[in-house]
Design a protein around this ligand. Structure first.
Ligand code: DAH
Length: 340
């Protein structure tokens, strides 16, 4: 017998002892058991040329060698995967004593902060918060608000049209009509929301901004109720007594219509930097709901009357938070937003 089985076995033991990873294990398996050129395979191939008398002994020795190689590879394979498992467990161990990572909390946008505050004030006064679509038919944006085609107010509010008779609403006054159609008097609603106009952005304009609309319809509602409501609102909003004044103005959907200001609570009317010397700060538009508007929305103006008002939240926010440029509110600059 010319094959040195003992030598081969010793060689294998030697080589298997230095296997360090799955890669070298695979190489070792190929080297010994590879179907074409494996060392064990080579020995098997010699079997045919062994004289018949020696063949049984050769076969026995061959089987022993093959056994050693196979179990050796098997054992090292298991050792390797065990080692890998414990390394994995080690790596994934959770150290519960480590200090936690800081979670950065977001917070509400300044316009939202103010909107919520306004909602709370009116809800306490018995109003409900109403929502309306941001894309409106020209009926709701104009006609129902007593702004017929050809009326200059259609042009003065540079409206963004989606199609011939659909537009991004240019005022939250649209929600007045929805509210009156949905409910019956007495009704008290406010409707905060986005409005859109083809304005060129500057320090006091943005093509998208927020308004709050208010509507109170019932029996015997008068201008005095509007004044009282505005005064109470301003008092609660600023936490200070501030008289409100009405200046006659024109809006097609109210009669009489006015703009309302509140007295500057910094200088108490004397004139200062905050009110730009006038002693008063503009708040928004208001008035008694036009009988035609009530009628269009299905409410009998002989039985009911109402007041409405509307103002911009952004401008209020700009004043409240002392911003000199309204665009800051929409720049998504975290350095700005983190201050609130
Ligand atoms: N919709 C008006 C605007 O956007 C504001 C306004 C004025 C609303 C008078 C009203 C109102 O409800 O009565 O300029």
């Amino acid at each position: 017998m010319s094959t040195n089985f003992d030598g081969l076995q010793a060689q294998f033991e030697n080589e298997v002892a230095s296997v360090a990873d799955a890669e070298s294990l695979r190489a070792l398996r190929d080297r010994w058991l590879g179907r074409k050129a494996g060392l064990v395979t080579d020995v098997r191939k010699q079997m045919g040329s062994i004289p018949a008398g020696d063949r049984a002994a050769f076969g026995k020795a061959f089987n022993a060698l093959q056994q050693v190689v196979e179990t050796g590879l098997e054992r090292v394979g298991q050792e390797l995967s065990q080692r890998e498992n414990s390394a994995l467990i080690e790596r994934e161990t959770l150290d519960v004593t480590l200090p936690g990572r800081d979670v950065t909390m977001g917070h509400e946008h300044p316009v939202t902060i103010l909107r919520r505050k306004i909602e709370d004030i009116f809800v306490r006064m018995g109003y409900s918060v109403e929502d309306g679509p941001e894309i409106e038919t020209t009926f709701f944006n104009f006609d129902a608000l007593n702004i017929p085609e050809g009326h200059p107010a259609r042009e003065s509010q540079d409206t963004m049209y989606v199609s011939e008779d659909l537009a991004l609403r240019s005022q939250t006054s649209t929600v007045q009509i929805h509210a009156m159609q949905r409910r019956t008097p007495p009704l008290r609603v406010i409707a905060p929301g986005r409005v859109f106009r083809r304005d060129t952005p500057d320090a006091t304009h943005n093509p998208m901004f927020f308004q709050v609309e208010g509507l109170n319809v019932g029996e015997g509602i008068t201008l005095a109720d509007l004044r009282g409501t505005c005064e109470e609102f301003v008092r609660q909003l600023f936490g200070a007594e501030a008289p409100v004044r009405f200046r006659a103005s024109y809006f097609p959907f109210v009669e009489p219509g006015c703009e309302f200001d509140y007295q500057c609570f910094v200088c108490k009317g004397d004139g200062c930097r905050v009110c730009k010397g006038s002693g008063w700060i503009e708040m928004g538009g208001a008035g008694m709901v036009h009988p035609q508007v009530l009628r269009t929305a299905g409410i009998d103006p002989e039985l009911f009357s109402g007041f409405a008002f509307g103002f911009g939240i952004d401008r209020l926010a700009a004043r409240q938070f002392d911003l000199d440029d309204i665009r800051l509110l929409y720049s998504n600059d975290l350095r700005f937003l983190e201050q609130f």
